[in-house]
Each structure stands twice: as structure tokens, then as C-alpha cells.
Design a protein around this ligand. Structure first.
Ligand code: MOS
Length: 744
């Protein structure tokens, strides 16, 4: 057995030591001499314009260097409205300090730059700001008549074709349900707030530390917006304290830091405060209408799903919300519709499993309602309508072990002991409820490049300009590289988060493990071929006649498969060579397979809640999440991904809610005191199962991404459990104690 087979092993995080000892530095934790600090001032109104912005008092404070506003911002390349970052959506991106116009509450309107952060913040209180306010509209439900169809195509979303005659089938079916579900807005709250540091170097070059999920995207943004050349800007982001989608698009503090550094010819650091984390992109509020019908044996007859989501006035944020309803179950009659409503808010942004979390929540609650109407067990209903192929695309799945998820999850949870009757299970004054849901997410691969450097000391350094937002990218890439070349993992280092490295796609969409992993594997294989060539040339080489397919790389040796005694030490080869071996290569998804197959991960989630009958408090006491995500590259980091996702699903179901006051058009609970996220006491037993799923079509690693699938079904399973516990069907998220206590 080889000791250098690392893929599939629970290797601990290679960046763990640096993180727990504080050596890992995040975007604004770096320091340089003569550093200036920026503090951003945000608009107090949601719509209108700034009529007065008097900076004179602030500028009098010793140590305050400059205040940037729309009045003294130089004319920049970013006035070009067509500039789009890699994650932009149809419309015209928000440009900070562009004009006096206010388009959303908490819009950044000034940057105070001073010698210390405290001075900058203090001086910001001395600004005299007056507004001309216009009435704003932020109410989704009241604005439905103004909805428009979501833009389609490359930047928008790809709507699946409707099939059959959903309305006709619905009216003819014996059992049917119709319901409307509301999902509140949520804001990104990673541990690390968004921050950027623009280090001004000799000759006007910039070294930028940015909290981002894509250094190439940040570099391109800075280059385009400020009219610089690629050589003028290097972006570093070696550590990211969580991002979940908020770091896919460049955020406004990046613009502010770079603007100030270029104008003042000095290094500038700008970090958002926790409150300011509520001033940009959020998971949009949505209102969804579902209509399902079935034959009396439970066979689905029709699915209709319409979603209305909010977006800003200046961009159409789109995500895939309704398509899942045509994918998850076998059904001949499906009608899907996705509408956007423009409001006076910032453009929403991707948040972990964007769209699927929203759409599948509603679909899975509707399926539960249908199961009740049919008097069929909810799991049984799903098994009866299992989709063996992707009906949206009319393609087979490359693999789909959802059935195993259902069965193994149910077994672990003890689902067969469930009494179908609501309010039938209790412990004292706690009503016990069991609910379940299924889920799906994309398993995509993007083009990615990587390079490898093997030095005569036997050390292998592999790198790619990707990000590790806490998911385990550093670790998994190190495992893949070490295993591919059969080197001890201690000799291998993986580098990322640097725009000077080979280009990687944005870290997102659950595609990083396979996209970067495939590039790392391909690159290391090329190094291996070079090593083999050198080994063959050695005097009396036991590998003299060996071809690439005749050997394996293991335990530090190139070994002849037929005769394991015939082996050459990799260290000997590279030592004799006395020169580095360097290779840069790339990997792409297989295009033909992409056309022939549908690539998805799946899951089944089972949840237990206990609801206090008198107080209405809801606790999620158990969750079993069974995941079909292809080959698991590292069971330890994989499990952590699912655990974190389940915690967030619990949070989404019961806690997180960005509450807007429509009088002010403002999110009012923009702080950790009033925007609730789970604490340890909210999280009880979570079990994660990875079912066996072999997939030799999807990519050479046989893997699917695991960053997002874990959150998708959780809120639906919990909402269904709350119904089972209480007999009350609450069709909005988050579900709070007053919803449970109020009359049905
Ligand atoms: Mo993810 S929402 O693609 O970072």
C-alpha cells in the first residue's frame, strides 16, 4: 500500500497551523510604513441626492489628509458604463462617488482618509451632509405589478423550456395544492469584513491586498476602472476569512482604497465595519408561487413554479431559482417563470447556492404539503417521483445517487418510526417534528491553469491564482499534487491568491475543487513525464523501456507496474539533474461530455425540531444530511463543508432576516445584536453521510464540488419539521416563535 496516496484521506488542513497561530494574515492585517486609513461614510437616505457635503471641519483636524466625495473624484475610466467584472449581471454596475445621486440606503458617499483609523472615523462625524430626499420603494409584495421577466442568456439565467400542459393537468388532477412562500433578505456576514489595502509602490505601481474570491477579477477591475496596465497592479489574497459569494464581485472599499492611494501617492487601507457589511449585496427577498398536482397514487401530474425576486434599479441580479422544479422530480407537465422587481436597494449578490437555496426551499415545502394532501409519507412521495434523468435538458446524469441518500439518510435518522400525524410526537411540553427535503446543485468545471516547480532538493511547489475561502483548497490541492507525483505531502506546497500566478476561475459555484484540482493534476502529470524521460536516460535504468502507462509514481519513486523492484528515486533524478523542472499547464472540462450529460450533486436532508408549546421556541435537535457528491477528495474538509452549510441552513430557517423599514428604505438591523446568526447553543446534533457515488464521466478526479449542496435542502426540511411538530404551515422564512404561537 502506498503511503503517498493522499486523495480521499482525511488530511488535516495544511493552513491550519498558520490560522490558529495568527500567522495567516487577512486583507487589512498587513502593515507598511506611511500607511493611511480610510473610513467610509454611507448615505442616510435611500433615494434622492446629496445637496451639501461640506468637508471643511473634517479637513481641519490634524492628521486628516483628504476627504473624497463625488465633488473631487477625478474622471476615471470607470465612467465607461460597459465595464463588467467576471460576476456582473445585466445592467450598469454601481460606481462609488460617481455623482450626487443616491440609489440605495447606506450608499457610500465619502471616504475620509487620515493617519489613523480612529481619526478618520472621528472626522467622518464632522461632515455636514444634506440631502434632497425622494420617496423610495423597497416593498417587494407591493411592487409585484411592476415585475419584469428576468433577462435570459449568458449574463442572465438559462430558463428551461416549459413542457406539457401544466395548467390543464393541474385542473384535471384529483389531488393538488397551491401555496405562496416568502423568503426574507439575508446579508453576508463572514468573520472577516470586506477590506482592501492598496500599497503604493515606487513608480506608481500598486500591490493590492483584497478580500476576494478572485484575484484575477480584482486585478482586472482595478486595471479597467483606473486605466492602468496589468503590470501596474498585483493583487494578493492568500487568506480569506469566509466569503460565500460576497467576494465574487469587487466591493466598493476596493475602489476607495485604490482611488485614495493613486490620488495621494501613498498606501491606504480601507475596511468595512460590521454595520457596513449590510450596505452591499444580499440574498434577495423572494416571493414564490407553487402549484403541484398528483394522481391519487402520488404520481406528479404538474409542477408550476413562479418566483418574484427583488433587484436594484441599476442591475438585474439573476440566479437560478425555478429551474430546479423541472429537474428534481419526474413530471411531464412543468411550467416555470422567473420575474424580477426593481426596488431602491443595492443589487443582490450570490450567496451560497444562490437560487437553489431559495427555489428548492419552496419546492420542498410544496412537496410536503402535497404529501399531506395525498396522505403519503413525504419520503415515499419523493421516491415515487424519482427522476432517472434530467428532464430539463433531456440528458442522462453523469451520476445520481440520490436514492442512496434518501435510504441511508432515512435509516440513520430513524425515519420509519415517524408518526405521519402532526402534533403526534411530544416530549413533555415540547412538540417533536420530523421533516425532510431533497436538494440538488450544479457540478461544474471551469477552465483553469496551474504551474509546478520541482527543485533539486525534492520540494514541489504548485500554484494557481485561485482562492481558499475556508473550504480547504490549500489542503486538497496539496493532496492531489503529492499523490500525482508520489511525493511525501511534507515536500509539497500549494500557493494561491496571487494575480501573478496562472489564472484560475472565480472561486465559487462549487467548481473550485475540480477545476483547480484537474489543472493541478494535469500539471503534475507533465512534471511526471519529464521525470520519467530523465529516469530512462540514467545509466542502466530499470525504466529504460518503460512508457508513461507502464509506471506509477509512489512513495518517492517511479515504479514499473509489472516489477515493483524496478524503481528509480525521484529525488535522485532531480538531484542529478541539478536544475528545476517547471511546467505550466491547464485543464478544461470535456466539451463533448458536457453536451451529453447533466452534472449535478444531490442530497437528502432529515431534520428534527422541538417546539415549546407554551413559548413557541424552536430548536433543531438533529439533522442528518446525506450527500451524493462524487468522489470525496478529503472526508475531513468535506464533512466540515457540509456541517457549516447545515448550520447556515438552520440559521436561514429560523434566524437570519434583514429587516427593511419601508418608510426609510433601510435595513434596520444592520449589526450582530439584531441580525441573528446561530451561536453554539443553537446547534445540536448534525450527522453527515457521503454516499458512494462513482463518476468516471464528470472529470478525471471523479469529484463534484461540495461547497454549496449542503445548505440547499436544510431550510425546507426544517420548515416541514415545524409543520409536523405543530400542525402549522408557516410559509415564510425565517420561522420565528411568534409565527408558531399565533393562531393558524
Ligand atoms: Mo458561491 S455563492 O459561488 O461563492
Amino acid at each position: 500500500m502506498s503511503s503517498t496516496n493522499y486523495v480521499g484521506k482525511p488530511v488535516s488542513r495544511v493552513d491550519g497551523y498558520a490560522k490558529v497561530t495568527g500567522q495567516a494574515r487577512y486583507a487589512v492585517e498587513h502593515h507598511v510604513p506611511n500607511l493611511l486609513y480610510g473610513f467610509i461614510v454611507n448615505s442616510a437616505i435611500a433615494k434622492g441626492s446629496v445637496t451639501t457635503l461640506d468637508t471643511s471641519e473634517a479637513l481641519k483636524v490634524p492628521g486628516v489628509v483628504q476627504v473624497f466625495t463625488h465633488k473631487n473624484t477625478p474622471s476615471l475610466a470607470w465612467f465607461d458604463r460597459s465595464y463588467k467584472d467576471q460576476d456582473s449581471v445585466p445592467g450598469s454596475p454601481f460606481r462609488p462617488l460617481h455623482s450626487e445621486k443616491i440609489r440605495f440606503s447606506m450608499q457610500p458617499i465619502a471616504l475620509v482618509v487620515a493617519e489613523t483609523f480612529e481619526l478618520a472615523r472621528y472626522a467622518s462625524t464632522l461632515l455636514k451632509i444634506e440631502y434632497k430626499e425622494e420617496s423610495s420603494s423597497t416593498n417587494l409584495s407591493e411592487s409585484l405589478p411592476q415585475a419584469h421577466e428576468a433577462p435570459k442568456g449568458k449574463e442572465g439565467y438559462m430558463p428551461p423550456k416549459s413542457r406539457g400542459h401544466a395548467k390543464k393537468a393541474f385542473s384535471a388532477a384529483p389531488v393538488k395544492i397551491q401555496a405562496e412562500y416568502i423568503h426574507g433578505a439575508e446579508h453576508h456576514n463572514p468573520m472577516e469584513m470586506h477590506g482592501s489595502m492598496a500599497i503604493y509602490e515606487k513608480g506608481g505601481k500598486l500591490l493590492v491586498y483584497d478580500k476576494t474570491q478572485g484575484v484575477a477579477n480584482t486585478q482586472e477591475y482595478v486595471k479597467k476602472v483606473f486605466g492602468l496596465s496589468k503590470d501596474d497592479v498585483r493583487v494578493l489574497s492568500p487568506y480569506v476569512g469566509g466569503a460565500f459569494g460576497s467576494g465574487l464581485r469587487p466591493q466598493y472599499q476596493l475602489f476607495m482604497a485604490v482611488l485614495a492611494a493613486l490620488e495621494l501617492k501613498q498606501s491606504v487601507k480601507v475596511s468595512l465595519t460590521r454595520q457596513q457589511m449590510f450596505s452591499f449585496g444580499h440574498r434577495p427577498k423572494s416571493l414564490q408561487r407553487l402549484a403541484l398536482s398528483a394522481a391519487s397514487d402520488g404520481t406528479l401530474q404538474s409542477i408550476e413554479h413562479t418566483c418574484y425576486s427583488e433587484t436594484s434599479r441599476f442591475e438585474d441580479y439573476t440566479e437560478v431559482v425555478v429551474n430546479w422544479s423541472g429537474l428534481l422530480y419526474q413530471c411531464a407537465n412543468v411550467e416555470l417563470d422567473y420575474q424580477l422587481v426593481k426596488l431602491d436597494v443595492y443589487t443582490p449578490i450570490d450567496m451560497r447556492a444562490p437560487g437553489a437555496v431559495t427555489g428548492i426551499y419552496a419546492l420542498e415545502c410544496a412537496m410536503d404539503e402535497l404529501a399531506v394532501a395525498l396522505n403519503i409519507d413525504p419520503l415515499d412521495l419523493r421516491l415515487r417521483n424519482y427522476a432517472p434523468e434530467d428532464q430539463n435538458e433531456k440528458k442522462p446524469f453523469s451520476s445520481k445517487e440520490l436514492r442512496a441518500c434518501y435510504l441511508q439518510g432515512a435509516e440513520k435518522f430513524g425515519w420509519n418510526k415517524r408518526n405521519k400525524e402532526p402534533r403526534s410526537m411530544r416530549e413533555g411540553n415540547q412538540l417533536v417534528g420530523w421533516g425532510m427535503a431533497s436538494a440538488s446543485w450544479d457540478a461544474q468545471q471551469q477552465k483553469c491553469a496551474a504551474k509546478a516547480l520541482l527543485t533539486p532538493d525534492g520540494k514541489l511547489t504548485v500554484s494557481s491564482g485561485t482562492a481558499d475561502i475556508g473550504t480547504g483548497t490549500y489542503t486538497i490541492m496539496t493532496q492531489i499534487a503529492a499523490e500525482t507525483l508520489g511525493l511525501p505531502i511534507e515536500q509539497v506546497e500549494f500557493k494561491l491568491g496571487d494575480s501573478s500566478l496562472p489564472e484560475a476561475p472565480l472561486e465559487g459555484g462549487s467548481w473550485t475543487a475540480v477545476s483547480v484540482g484537474s489543472a493541478v493534476k494535469a500539471t503534475c502529470e507533465e512534471v511526471g513525464q519529464k521525470l520519467l524521460k530523465l529516469a530512462k536516460k540514467k545509466k542502466d535504468s530499470p525504466l529504460a523501456n518503460a512508457g508513461a502507462e507502464d509506471v506509477v509514481f509512489e512513495n518517492g519513486y517511479i515504479i514499473l507496474k509489472k516489477d515493483p523492484a524496478a524503481a528509480v528515486s525521484i529525488l535522485d533524478i532531480i538531484r542529478d539533474e541539478r536544475e528545476d523542472i517547471e511546467v505550466e499547464s491547464a485543464a478544461m472540462p470535456g466539451m463533448i461530455d458536457k453536451l451529453k450529460y447533466s452534472f449535478h450533486s444531490h442530497s437528502a436532508v432529515f431534520a428534527e425540531v422541538k417546539v415549546d408549546e407554551d413559548l413557541g421556541t424552536i430548536h433543531v435537535t438533529r439533522v442528518v444530511s446525506a450527500i451524493a457528491g462524487g468522489r470525496v477528495l478529503n472526508p475531513k474538509t468535506a464533512r466540515s463543508q457540509i456541517l457549516g452549510a447545515v448550520v447556515w441552513g438552520i440559521s436561514m430557517a429560523l434566524q437570519e432576516d434583514s429587516v427593511i423599514d419601508h418608510n426609510f428604505g433601510r435595513f434596520m438591523n444592520h449589526n450582530y445584536a439584531e441580525y441573528h446568526v446561530p451561536v453554539n447553543a443553537d446547534i445540536q446534533n448534525i450527522e453527515v453521510i457521503f454516499v458512494e457515488e462513482e463518476d468516471d464521466i464528470i472529470n478525471p478526479l471523479g469529484a463534484k464540488g461540495l461547497g454549496e449542496i449542503g445548505i440547499v435542502g436544510v431550510a425546507g426540511a426544517i420548515a416541514n419539521a415545524v409543520y409536523h411538530a405543530t400542525g402549522k404551515r408557516i410559509r415564510k422564512l425565517p420561522i420565528q416563535l411568534d409565527n408558531v404561537l399565533s393562531e393558524p
